[in-house]
Write a protein that binds this ligand. Structure first.
Ligand code: C2E
Ligand code: MG
Ligand code: MG
Ligand code: MG
Length: 276
């Protein structure tokens, strides 16, 4: 008989929990294989300048081509990859693949790459970026790194020093999901960002939402006075664009301009947006 360690603290493993546990062990094993076999691909979402909407580049977004389940989005496997300590390897692959792809695009189109906390470990980010640039021949000015404030909080000064070194070589640095963390403004003082990306949660509620508008207005104002470009994420409607234009937002990204597409479709997107 199990010892009574307080009423209700002893729970049997339910069959459903058991199944879920087994499924996640299976997914972990599959993810380790995926890393070894590079079963990933990057999809690219257009980024445009406002006003005018001319194409300035693409954000690289990772997908896992799972042998049975098909294409999986980052939310399905990146948290697990972080937990298993696989994120640095994946991140290095992403950097190489994104730079290789972008080097084939017409200049001056840029590629934006998301960076996770693990990539700052052992001060390894500058070397990983250098290798990706050198192998692809992509000029550093055509690469932008996107970091969230959560990343900066988790990694601290060591991350800032690495980003500063990369910025010195001409690589752009953007703060992603701006406004969702707890220390956005502190981070802004600590590091000379080239770009702020207003999180989709604020853009989503334009033009109706009073609070969302106030925040968008504050961020674009901040960008203007600090000389930092401001991109709106998750733009889906023309009405949102009108509102963003009124607030003086520099750039936009979202389904209105284009969904993420496989690398092979990028030339068609370049053609379509150039003709628009
Ligand atoms: P993020 O960097 O903020 O990327 C934007 C996400 O919003 C993407 O989701 C994109 O598909 C989605 N999105 C863009 N426009 C719209 C829109 O108009 N409406 C809606 N509903 N969604 C839109 P995705 O591809 O699922 O990526 C989610 C997150 O996963 C990214 O957020 C980023 O934090 C992370 N991520 C993606 N790729 C990588 C990677 O290669 N490395 C790392 N470390 N993180 C990555
Ligand atoms: Mg991003
Ligand atoms: Mg974002
Ligand atoms: Mg976001």
């Amino acid at each position: 008989e199990a010892p009574a360690a307080g009423a209700g603290s002893w729970r049997r493993f339910s069959p459903e929990m058991d199944v879920r546990w087994q499924e996640s062990r299976l997914l972990e094993a599959a993810l380790r294989i995926a890393v070894a076999e590079e079963q990933f691909e990057l999809h690219y979402q257009p980024q445009v300048a406002l006003p005018g909407g001319h194409l300035t580049g693409f954000e690289a977004l990772i997908r896992w081509r799972h042998p049975e389940r098909g294409l999986l989005t980052p939310a399905c496997f990146l948290p697990m990859a972080e937990r298993l300590g696989l994120m640095r390897r994946i991140g290095t692959w992403v950097l190489r693949e994104a730079c290789r792809a972008a080097a084939a695009w017409p200049a001056p189109l840029r590629v934006a790459v998301n960076i996770s906390p693990a990539q700052f470990e052992e001060d390894s980010l500058p070397a990983a970026v250098d290798a990706a640039l050198a192998d692809s021949g992509l000029p550093p000015e055509r690469l932008e790194l996107e970091v969230t404030e959560t990343v900066l909080l988790a990694t601290g000064d060591a991350a800032l020093a690495q980003l500063l070194a990369l910025r010195g070589r001409g690589v752009g640095i953007a703060m992603d999901d701006f406004g969702t963390g707890h220390s956005s403004l502190t981070q802004l003082r600590a590091f000379p960002f080239d770009r702020l990306k207003i999180d989709r949660s604020f853009v989503k509620d334009l033009p109706a939402g009073g609070d969302a508008l106030a925040i968008v207005r504050a961020v674009t104002g901040l960008g203007r006075s600090l000389g930092i470009a401001v991109t709106a994420e998750g733009v889906e409607t023309q009405a949102q664009v009108q509102e963003l234009l009124r607030e003086g937002c520099d750039a936009a990204q979202g389904f209105l301009f284009g969904r993420p597409v496989p690398g092979s479709d990028v030339p068609a997107v370049i053609g379509a947006l150039a003709a628009a």
